[in-house]
Design a protein. Structure first.
Ligand code: NAD
Length: 487
């Protein structure tokens, strides 16, 4: 009985490497059947704004697993990346990337005899990847960074479960909560909370810049690291560099209903059509997929054949011993096929049940979008930040205009520019741009409504251009906004 999955060849080198990987699967009698779906650049060009046909979307939602080649996002047409859209629309909240030293792939660490075997779990939906950006003035662009409690909990729980299944003893949370106190702070707080449920895993947290330094000086000290989306993206590529480059970096985008498996690298336009691309990363991604689906025997056999092939010095042109002739994409697949059943010198991997990742809980009975809300938290509205474009006004002049709009309930407590306080105190050396934040806070003992706060902003708009407003909230008595630098 074969299981059906959706396959998208992708653009550029995608079809070449996908063909190579599926040939290896076939040679090992992997019990999969493939439904090829239409998605990628040519479908954007043909007028499908999402880069895929309706039939492709339905097939993927039906089958729950997508194995895909890299896809190109047309530049400068205002379209969003199909790769990012697919991950977000189908809520593949955990991006797992495994990095390890491969025999036959020489790096500074392999030469120094330092083994690397680590997994990055990157949050895949939120953060700046919401792509919510606005030009507030001609000179000032802002982007919204969205970090949520349910989203963080989902990926962090996955990271702990993955660490447990892989037999890891350690999981680190990397963040920048020292600077981004509410966004990264929420991610870290969620990590520390969930860590209590996994006492068998040694959990720790590390500031992301410190992590980067330690990854390049002592990568052997890390087993698994969970991060927010953008930081995870950057750290993943750093890790790819540690083990020999993007040609060796597999990736799984895991969701509760739909999961996507793909290589980390792109479409490699410079070598497209030459038949010389390295299929290793896509093959490793396919191995992750087999393991995820429970085909652990096939996963182990193919992985061992691949490791044995690399160990033998078989290589495509992008890596390996330049004194040994390279093979092309199809020659590399031939070598892996002929090595099926071989075991690499270090003993290879075995098809342990505990290596199986979370089983796909895919089902067809969803009728509503899942919505998660934390209830029972006391909320209080305490003020509003009004972001304004104020022409050539100096901070004190702007403060005078703001005060004109006060009622008995409020005070103007602070004005900042690019996050630095410039009124009531500040430095003459702080350089300004044409977008200020003016903070109105309710006076002690007063109650204010959202309508009143909006009214202040509306009244203020008679003097200056209001660009946006953010309400100042307290949750459970704790302030839900940051202070300005220097405040
Ligand atoms: P790239 O990864 O395609 O190429 C970077 C370099 O690595 C090139 O020199 C390329 O030849 C080489 N390379 C990449 N994969 C290789 C392989 N398997 N074998 C041998 N060499 C390989 O990155 P790029 O040039 O920045 O991006 C090209 C396109 O790919 C862009 O349109 C981008 O949007 C897209 N992209 C897609 C994905 C995805 O589908 N998940 C990921 C990254 C980039």
């Amino acid at each position: 009985m074969k299981t059906k999955i959706a396959v998208a060849n992708g653009d550029g080198i995608g079809p070449e490497i996908m063909k190579a990987v599926l040939r290896v699967f076939e040679a090992n009698n992997v019990p999969l059947e493939y439904e090829f779906v239409e998605m990628g650049k040519s479908y954007f060009d043909a007028g499908h704004s999402t880069g895929m046909t309706t039939a492709a979307k339905e097939t993927i939602e039906n089958l729950g697993i997508l194995f895909k080649g890299p896809m190109e996002t047309p530049k400068g047409k205002g379209v969003k990346s199909i790769n990012v859209t697919a991950r977000k629309v189908w809520n593949t909240y955990a991006n797992q990337r495994d990095f390890r030293t491969l025999k036959g792939v020489e790096t500074v660490f392999s030469k120094a005899g330092i083994p690397i075997n680590l997994t990055i779990i990157r949050e895949n939906i939120e953060d700046t990847y919401g792509g919510i950006e606005h030009l507030l003035t001609y000179d000032v662009a802002v982007g919204r960074r969205i970090i949520t409690r349910p989203g963080s909990a989902q990926v962090i729980r996955y990271a702990f479960e993955m660490a447990k299944r892989k037999g890891y003893t350690k999981l680190a949370c990397a963040h920048k909560a020292n600077i981004m106190k509410l966004t990264d702070g929420l991610f870290l707080e969620t990590f520390l909370e969930i860590a209590k449920e996994y006492p068998e895993i040694q959990s720790s947290d590390i500031i992301v810049d410190d992590l980067c330094m330690k990854l390049v000086t002592q990568p052997q000290n890390f087993q698994a690291i969970v991060l927010t989306n953008l930081q995870g993206d950057i750290v993943s590529d750093l890790c790819a560099g540690l083990v020999g480059g993007l040609g060796f970096a597999p990736s799984a985008n895991i969701g509760d209903n739909i999961s996507i498996f793909e290589a980390v690298h792109g479409t490699a336009p410079d070598i497209t059509g030459k038949g010389i691309a390295n299929p290793t990363a896509l093959m490793l991604s396919g191995i992750l997929m087999l393991r995820y689906m429970g085909f652990t025997e096939n996963a182990a056999t193919i992985e061992n054949a691949l490791l044995y092939t690399l160990e033998q010095g078989v290589h495509t042109g992008d890596f390996g011993d330049k004194l040994k002739p390279s093979v092309d994409t199809s020659g590399f697949a031939d070598a892996v096929i002929s090595n099926l059943g071989m075991i690499p010198a270090d003993g290879g991997v075995v098809a342990q049940a505990n290596m199986q990742l979370k089983a796909n809980a895919h089902h067809h009975t969803l009728t509503k979008n899942k919505l998660t809300v934390t209830k029972g938290i006391k909320e209080e509205m305490v003020g509003v930040d009004v972001f304004v474009e104020a022409g050539n006004l100096q901070p004190a002049e702007l403060a005078a205009l703001a005060k004109k709009r006060l009622t008995d309930n409020f005070d103007v407590v602070m004005i900042s520019n690019r996050g630095t306080q410039v009124w009531p105190t500040g430095s003459i050396f702080t350089e300004l741009v044409n977008e200020y934040r003016v903070r109105f806070e309710k006076k002690a003992g007063k109650e204010v409504s959202q309508k009143e706060l909006l009214h202040i902003a509306a009244a203020f708009s008679e003097d200056v251009k209001v660009c946006s407003v953010e309400f100042l909230m307290k949750f459970g008595g704790k302030i839900g906004y940051t202070l300005a630098q220097g405040q």
